[in-house]
Design a protein around this ligand. Structure first.
Ligand SMILES: [Zn+2]
Ligand SMILES: [Zn+2]
Length: 179
């Protein structure tokens, strides 16, 4: 589905009463997003002067790499969101402060064109957690032999990582001894 790149709408095409666009079975969202379960959902677009309010819903899943054990896992996404789109030419006119105070998420469109693919990708990126873990208590890989410790325990003796607090405490005690 290479046509997705051109999947979008021009401003003139959005009727005054608003427009609902439904989508389903989206599997190809570009190279950066590996889709596991195809995405379904909808956009609801409404013009507010030169701005466009978008309310969206999406559901699907993607494949991520665990930061700790490096194996791939399936990450489910289901979310509703809303965003206000402004023409990019107003970007310089708007006070930056004003943008920050605005409670609604704001993004920009260019050349009177709204790309549905970009909207969708943006929301998927925003869903991906900062720390990607295949499961909350992922044991990671052994730094010595590289075994995935979720699958099997290895024989290597790894000294327990000190917490920053324990390290500080030790340092403090040594200082006291020294003084
Ligand atoms: Zn993991
Ligand atoms: Zn090991």
């Amino acid at each position: 589905m290479t046509a997705l790149k051109n999947w979008g709408i021009s401003l003139e095409e959005i009727p005054l009463e608003g427009l609902k666009v439904e989508f389903s079975e989206l599997t190809d969202l570009g190279e950066e997003i590996k889709v596991a379960e195809p995405f379904t959902g909808f956009f609801y677009l409404k013009k507010l002067g030169i701005d466009v309010e978008v309310i969206g819903y999406l559901k699907g899943s993607i494949i991520l790499d665990c930061d700790r054990c490096l194996s791939t896992y399936i990450f489910k996404i289901e979310k509703k969101w809303s965003i206000e789109l402004k023409p990019i030419k107003t970007l310089n006119l708007e006070e930056e402060k004003e943008l920050k105070e605005d409670e609604m998420e704001v993004n920009f469109y260019e050349n009177n064109w709204i790309s549905f693919l970009d909207l969708l990708k943006e929301e998927i990126y925003l869903s991906i957690p900062y720390k990607k873990l295949c499961k909350e208590d992922c044991k990671g890989i052994c730094p010595i032999c590289g075994t995935n410790l979720n699958e099997v325990e290895c024989e290597c003796k790894v000294t327990k990582k000190e917490t920053p607090f324990a390290v500080l405490k030790e340092l403090f005690q040594n200082l006291k001894k020294g003084g």
